[in-house]
Design a protein around this ligand. Structure first.
Ligand code: SDX
Length: 377
């Protein structure tokens, strides 16, 4: 009888694979992408540099970065046929469902779709990273009857997203806040959506299919959907003086406060203080401190009452709100960034693949005799 390792609810604490991409050091509340600390990357790099790092395992030199940026720039547009598919979707289609459909549609037009070499996958990865922002803003403008803003030919990745969304060149500080938030969201080891992508890749299915599975997983409110619900909660609280009582009542009713807690970080999520500082800076520049002040009170109550800490989603919500990003786009922006981590893990899985197939501990009925239909009561 083989001795199977004990199951753990939600695979908590289970080491499911080996990976060189990301190290989550929960004891010291640190996070590293290929050995670089998230603090150093957020402080000194651009999202394009970090995307390159995740795809290639090292930071680019100037020449390689310029060439990578050019590749992304050249792939920002989406084909007319893909636009038609997005246009035909019901107006109230969840933007995360639009992304699943659009990635599937882009796959039908990708010249490398049927190839699975590392070079072909690298080209597919760059197209997905470059095109997903355009899908999101195009769909947003369609459903609001606006003129679609085509991708800018020069702006940086983060500036281009804000430009396509708002139709105007964003100011440097706003672009910098989004750029840094994209760095923070880019990769996080074996979170649910990345694990979903690796499972699909381990069957030797294709990259687009693995990304669609990851988008599906990220949509859930216990994972990527938390940033939207956190902002909805902050708006419901409405004023700082209502925050403490509101949260206490919610906890009394056993409600989950979105943006708090983490399966791995039982102390601080190292990304939270970085995005919190950005949200504070935005609120001071905009002279709109209300949402940040509410957030700080909610954070204090959660810390003292539940011993729970804010995760990346919590202060991302007020930061995005202050960037005038519509709430229903917060989780799609998580996709804009995390697709870099997903494709890195997909390519790593292909490199040293073994089908991912864990076991289940059987807790069903004991063995029993078969009773023909006519004899069943
Ligand atoms: C992300 O994995 C990743 O790396 C994910 C991510 C990434 O970058 O990919 O970091 C991004 O998904 C962050 C998490 C976003 N989700 C939320 O903010 C949703 C709210 N948080 C939770 O539901 C919860 O904290 C999880 C899902 C994040 C983690 O939950 P666990 O590890 O399964 O813990 P649990 O649900 O077993 O909770 C343990 C206790 C419970 O209390 P008891 O029932 O034992 O009394 O803590 C309580 C929970 O009720 N609890 C909360 C809570 N989170 C946990 N209570 C109130 N509000 C919360 N947010």
């Amino acid at each position: 009888m083989s001795t199977k390792p004990q199951s753990s609810s939600g695979l908590e604490g289970i080491i499911a694979t080996r990976s060189a991409i990301c190290e989550v050091d929960e004891d010291n509340c640190e996070l590293y992408y290929y050995g670089y600390s998230i603090k150093d990357l957020a402080e000194n790099s651009s999202f394009e540099e970090v995307a390159y790092l995740l795809l290639h395992g090292k930071l680019p030199n100037k020449k390689r970065l310029e060439s990578f940026k050019k590749k992304l720039l050249n792939e920002r547009n989406i084909p007319e046929k893909a636009l038609d598919v997005i246009k035909r979707l019901p107006r109230d289609t969840d933007p995360m469902d639009v992304l699943k459909i659009a990635v599937g549609d882009l796959q039908t037009m990708d010249p490398d779709a049927s190839l699975n070499s590392n070079e072909a996958n690298m080209r597919k990865a760059i197209r997905l990273i470059a095109k997903i922002p355009t899908v999101i803003t195009t769909h947003y403008h369609f459903i609001h009857g606006n003129i679609v803003v085509k991708p800018h030919k020069e702006l940086s990745f983060a500036s281009n997203f804000l430009y396509m969304l708002n139709g105007k060149i964003p100011d440097d500080y706003e672009s910098e806040v989004l750029d840094k938030s994209l760095i923070l969201y880019a990769e996080h080891e074996l979170n649910a959506s990345t694990f979903a992508a690796r499972i699909v890749a381990s069957t030797l299915s294709d990259m687009h299919s693995a990304v669609i599975a990851a988008i599906a997983a990220l949509k859930g409110p216990l994972h990527g959907g938390a940033n939207e619900r956190a902002m909805e909660m902050i708006l419901k609280i409405e004023r700082p003086e209502r925050a403490e009582e509101w949260v206490r009542n919610a906890l009394l009713r056993k409600r989950r406060i979105m943006g708090f807690g983490h399966r791995v970080y039982k102390k601080e999520d190292p990304r939270s203080p970085i995005i919190k500082k950005l949200s504070k800076g935005l609120s001071e520049r905009r002279g709109e401190r209300r949402w940040f002040d509410i957030s700080q009170i909610v954070e204090k109550v959660m810390n003292t009452e539940k011993g729970l800490h804010a995760n990346l989603d919590f202060y991302s919500s007020s930061a995005y709100y202050l960037l005038d990003i519509p709430i229903l786009l917060y989780t799609p922006i998580f996709v804009v960034s995390r697709v870099t981590g997903w494709v890195a893990h997909i390519m790593e899985q292909y490199k040293d693949n073994r089908l991912i197939r864990p076991r289940a501990e059987y807790i069903g009925p004991a063995k029993r005799e078969y009773i023909p239909l006519e004899d069943r009561s």
